[in-house]
Design a protein around this ligand. Sequence first.
Ligand code: COA
Length: 260
Amino acid sequence: MEFQNLLITNKGRVQQITINRESKLNALNKDTLAELHSAFTEAFQNPEVGGIIITGAGPKAFVAGADISEFAALNIEGGAQLSRTGHTEVFDLIANGSKPVIAAVNGFALGGGLELAMACHIRIASDNAKMGLPEVTLGLIPGYGGTQRLTQLVGKGKAMEMILTADMITAGDALQYGLVTHVVNPEELLTKAEEILNKILSRAPLALAAAIRSINAAYTDGINGYETEITEFGKCFGTNDFKEGVAAFMEKRKAEFKGE
Ligand code: COA
């Protein structure tokens, strides 16, 4: 698949998606969001892709937000539609994806950029990264899941302060808040992301998908996450990966999972 605003590279079973609008600090315009929908749909379906790292082109930004230049023409219905489409086509698609997605936050992650990182399953950052949800400076609120996912990740008090002040936080603050799990030098960021993802990809693929679904259930209204866990746990016993995992343990060898 050919993209105008994304670069896709594959290393083994790790796919890297790089948002490639460096002159606009990788801001998410409609075309880029549509390309992200296509790229993630393809990556989740492609059996040769085990997991995905998403990052931004250049040394300055992961994503500096939704493309503000596209906001001016919108009315109430248009704004709601933009938000709803973004949720379903990109942000929920990633969050509910069956394969692990790591955000490698390499600079500014603002507004829709931080929301994109928060839709990923794991976030790591370079020590020059700056994160924030500055939408209230534009007369808006976060519209791609930010009010919900930031609250889930850092708690209500810190989410309120970050969203209401619109202040950016440093990578160090983000680590302390639990918003990211590692902070490294910019040169080490992708290596660290690959290291984490390759470790995850040595585990049983169907169990990874079941774990993602069960953890997400903790934050899904109307769903009892404990029931989801019970069902998903049971389903694991019907997989060949489970048989292989137990056999490998008993035979004191490394398991070779096939994702079936
Ligand atoms: N939407 C559209 N364009 C954006 C953008 C966004 N969210 N963020 C940056 N850009 C563009 C700038 O307009 C500029 O384009 P130009 O060179 O054609 O004028 C280019 O990217 C470089 O940005 P610039 O502002 O010159 O860089 P800076 O280093 O001075 O400032 C930021 C960096 C991130 C502080 C600043 O770009 C900014 O505040 N961006 C908007 C952040 C935001 O509010 N995001 C939430 C949107 S909901």
